[in-house]
Design a protein around this ligand. Structure first.
Ligand SMILES: C[S@@+](CC[C@H](N)C(=O)[O-])C[C@H]1O[C@@H](n2cnc3c(N)ncnc32)[C@H](O)[C@@H]1O
Length: 226
């Protein structure tokens, strides 16, 4: 179901993100990239790469050697490949079709695994995290950028109204696919936030986990070390 939704909204995906995040989504991805470890020629796997928004930001980093983005929505990937080409990053960023829950990579292949607004859509979050853990080198880093619910009462109420009313209205107007943006709000409200998310990441095997709140808690970066 999720995959059909993303293929259907692919042509407008980037534009609607910009509008709904008031232009902040690019800055959030850039912030997540600040948590890349030191080093050079880093091998990075970007899960749920979509239209390559995160993979391109990673590809621009000097310490990154190669980025492999995977996603199961073909139309998102097709548009992503065009963008990678336009950015002159074809030699550094590759996008391939694949399921994040059953990665076609060997154990310990990557220095870093990233996922921007992706893990919330996995049908089995624990399996996705376990796969990220498996393909990371020992000491490797997993950087998850995801929507979350603010912890304060008033922020929570305001954000729930925004997700339940404004997001479907604006998303529907731009794409004609209101249901896709109802799904977005529902999935954010249902997704584990804060310490709950930290516990789940720890259960997948990760050691140190740090969380950084952005946009008054509406977005969180989780940095986990294998
Ligand atoms: C909200 S988009 C995020 C795209 C991109 N990372 C970004 O920052 O804009 C979520 C993506 O997750 C992908 N996705 C959902 N489940 C997946 C899975 N099991 N394996 C790979 N990709 C998946 C969808 O196809 C979609 O492209």
């Amino acid at each position: 179901m999720t995959i059909q939704i993303f293929d259907a909204i692919a042509p407008d995906y980037d534009k609607v993100n910009r509008v709904l995040s008031l232009g902040m989504d690019r800055r959030w991805r850039q912030k997540a990239v600040h948590f890349l470890p030191e080093g050079s020629a880093l091998r990075v796997l970007d899960l749920a790469a979509g239209t390559a928004e995160m993979a391109i930001v990673l590809g621009r980093e000097a310490r990154v050697g190669r980025v492999t983005g995977i996603d199961c929505a073909e139309e998102m990937l097709r548009l992503g490949r065009l963008k990678v080409q336009q950015q002159g990053l074809t030699g550094k960023v590759e996008l391939i079709a694949g399921d994040a829950l059953a990665l076609a990579f060997k154990d310990h292949e990557f220095d870093v695994v990233t996922a921007a607004f992706g893990v919330r859509n996995f049908p089995d979050l624990m399996q996705g995290l376990a796969e990220a853990f498996r393909v990371l080198k020992p000491g490797g880093r997993c950087i998850i950028l995801e929507f979350s619910m603010p912890s304060g009462w008033w922020q929570k109420i305001g954000h729930s109204l925004y997700l339940g009313m404004a997001v479907p209205l604006i998303g529907g107007l731009f794409t004609g696919k209101k249901e896709a943006y109802c799904y977005l709000g529902r999935s954010i409200r249902a997704f584990p936030s804060g310490e709950r998310m930290g516990r789940i990441i720890r259960q997948a095997g990760f050691g140190v986990i740090e969380r950084y709140a952005l946009a008054m808690g509406a977005v969180t970066i989780c940095v986990a070390t294998r």
